[in-house]
Ligand binder design. Structure first.
Ligand code: CP
Ligand code: NVA
Length: 307
C-alpha cells in the first residue's frame, strides 16, 4: 500500500483488501483470545472526535488502540473548539499534526471528507448521517465467522434507509452479494445518497415479509437515527409494521442469522424474541467491532503485514 489512505465509506477498499483485513482481524482476534500481547502501533496516538453519542465505537477504538500498544484521546463537540465554530479544515490541519490516526463520528459526510482533505494522517469514519463503514466491517466479519463467505448471499434490511442501510448497499457492490430492502413508503433508498454505482445488487420490497424470504442474514436498526430526533413521532407511526419478528425470521433461510448494530429498542424495530433468540448474533457482532477495527487501524497505519 502506498500513500495516505482514509476509510470514509465502505467502497474506499477493494474486495481484495477486505479479504486481507478480514484475515488480519481473525488473526488479531485469536491472538487476543490467547492473551498474547501484540503492539504493532506502539507509541502511536489515535484521536477520536465525537459529535454524537457512542458506547461501542468509543470503547472499541479506545480499547483497540491501547491493546495494539498505542493510546487514544477522546474529544467531543461540547468540550472542544469544534463546538464553537472552528472550521473543520483548520481542525484537520491541527489535529493531524499531533496524532497518527483520527476517527470522527459526526453529522454530514461532507464534514469527514473535508477533515480528511486537510489531514496528514489516515481518517476513519466512525458514523455519519450517510454511512457507518466500521459497523458493516464488523458485521461482515461476524457473518464470515458464523456462515463463511458472504459473496452470493442475501441480506434482508428491514426499516430505515439510513447510514447502516446505505453501507450495506455499498458493501453488496464491493463484495458481490444482494440486499433486499424494505422501508415504509417515503423512506426508500436513495441510490445517489447511498453512493452506489448501480442498482444490480439490491431490490426494494413494499412488504418486509417478502424481503426476508430466503435471506441468509436479517438485519435492522433504530427507526430514528441520531440527528433525526425531531422526526421521531412521525417515524414511530410510519415504521410500526417494520418490526423484525419471529414470522419474518421463519421465512428467511433456515440457518439465517439476525444482526443489529445496537443500541436496540425491543418492541420497536425488533421483538425481544428475535434479538434475544437463538438466531441472533448481536453480542458477537458488537465484540467484533474491536477485532475488525484493530485490523483496520493496523492496515491504515502499517499497510500489509507479512506473517
Ligand atoms: N453500533 C454503534 O456504533 O454503537 P455506538 O453508537 O454505541 O457507538
Ligand atoms: N443508525 C443509527 C446507528 C447507531 C449506531 C444512528 O445513526 O443513530
Amino acid at each position: 500500500m502506498t500513500g495516505l489512505r482514509h476509510y470514509l465509506q465502505f467502497k474506499d477498499f477493494s474486495r481484495e483488501e477486505y479479504d486481507y483485513v478480514f484475515e488480519r482481524a481473525k488473526w488479531i482476534k485469536s491472538k487476543f483470545k490467547r492473551y498474547e500481547p501484540y503492539h504493532p502501533l506502539f507509541d502511536r496516538t489515535l484521536v477520536m472526535i465525537f459529535e454524537k453519542a457512542s458506547t461501542r465505537t468509543r470503547l472499541s477504538f479506545e480499547a483497540g488502540m491501547q491493546q495494539l500498544g498505542g493510546s487514544a484521546i477522546y474529544l467531543n463537540t461540547r468540550d472542544s473548539q469544534l463546538g464553537r465554530g472552528e472550521p473543520v479544515e483548520d481542525a484537520g490541519q491541527v489535529i493531524s499534526r499531533m496524532s497518527d490516526l483520527v476517527m470522527i463520528r459526526t453529522f454530514e459526510q461532507d464534514i469527514v471528507e473535508r477533515f480528511a482533505a486537510n489531514s496528514r494522517v489516515p481518517v476513519i469514519n466512525g458514523l455519519t448521517n450517510e454511512y457507518h463503514p466500521c459497523q458493516i466491517l464488523a458485521d461482515i466479519f461476524t457473518f464470515i465467522e458464523h456462515r463463511g463467505p458472504i459473496q452470493g448471499k442475501t441480506v434482508a434490511w428491514i426499516g430505515d434507509s439510513n447510514n447502516m442501510c446505505n453501507t450495506w448497499l455499498q458493501a453488496a457492490e464491493v463484495l458481490d452479494f444482494h440486499v433486499h430492502v424494505s422501508t415504509p413508503p417515503g423512506y426508500e433508498v436513495e441510490p445517489e445518497r447511498a453512493g452506489l454505482y448501480g442498482t444490480d445488487h439490491f431490490r426494494q420490497f413494499a412488504d418486509p415479509l417478502e424481503a426476508c424470504k430466503g435471506a441468509h442474514l436479517v438485519t435492522t436498526d433504530v427507526w430514528t437515527s441520531m440527528g433525526f430526533e425531531a422526526e421521531n413521532e412521525a417515524r414511530m407511526k410510519a415504521f410500526a409494521d417494520w418490526c423484525v419478528d419471529a414470522e419474518m425470521m421463519s421465512v428467511a433461510a433456515p440457518d439465517a442469522v439476525f444482526m443489529h448494530c445496537l443500541p436496540a429498542h425491543r418492541g420497536e424495530e425488533v421483538t425481544a424474541e428475535v434479538i434475544d433468540g437463538p438466531q441472533s448474533v448481536v453480542w458477537d457482532e458488537a465484540e467484533n467491532r474491536l477485532h475488525a477495527q484493530k485490523a483496520l487501524m493496523e492496515f491504515l497505519m502499517l499497510g500489509r503485514i507479512e506473517d
